[in-house]
Design a protein around this ligand. Sequence first.
Ligand code: BDR
Ligand code: CA
Length: 307
Amino acid sequence: MVKVILDMDPGVDDAIALILALNSPEIEILALSTVSGNVSAMMGAVNALKICNALGKGIRVIKGLSRKGYRRSRHAVEVHGRDGLGDAGIAEGVVRTGYRYRYRDPIREIASIITSYKSKEVTLLCTAPLTNIASLLEEYPDVKRHIDKVFIMGGAYNLGAAEGNVTRYAEFNFYTDARAADKVMGSDLSIVASGLELTSRRDCSIDHSMLERIKTIGSKPALLAARILSNPVARYSYFNIHDVFALASLLKPEMFAVRRARVRVESAGKMRGMCITEYRTDGNVSICYDVDAQKFIDFLLDGFLDE
Ligand code: BDR
Ligand code: CA
């Protein structure tokens, strides 16, 4: 089993990735940290617990860093709903009661989990602005030794083919904390990145008929995912599940075509959040640039089957 720390901002697509991760026998979730992005770090923690509760699973949730003066962007409210989970009315339930997710120093908490494992034993799966991870690397550089790989949904690597989803140049996660994105991408960690041009593929998105297929599976994870996706799909007619690509690249790397690169991220100005990508075989970042769409859909549907 891969030992994974999830770093998320749930968020509809984060929620789908979380449901699949909780339902995967190949993954042991060591903890889930949240960060402000699609929703506040606090709302993200509550949302993560709602999902765990609905599936009867208990994992350690850590409310991570909130940026000062954080305000949800219009983009995030429109896409993910007022509650961040597609306004599906998922109940808070019982897991939240007495469950500790507020830590005085969440980054220290994450560091202590990681360093309690052996060298290269821990994998990070990051589907949100990289604020927590950049702080982790800055404050606890020792953690690097324990991290095998970092799977990231973020960035856009081929802007000729796809424009950013916040500005023309930038993808949401990298734009939201561009300095953190630069710190993480520019580290020497081994990173697998799924960028916007891949995750926005229409043939891997959820439309009405795909939503029906998910409902038909009838398992608890499938029905929960369908509930969360229902309003966004009704609103946009199809919905991109960006964050699921990061999970898929961890669990099914053979589905993806990758190219190695070094990546830095513009941290300010008009181009904030834009990736500066230098393709080279000794790069620390493997950029997933193509996927077998049929296999991706199979991965998704199989992932909802009862364990
Ligand atoms: C990313 O931004 C968020 O809206 C999604 O959850 C995803 O992580 C896509 O740009
Ligand atoms: Ca996300």
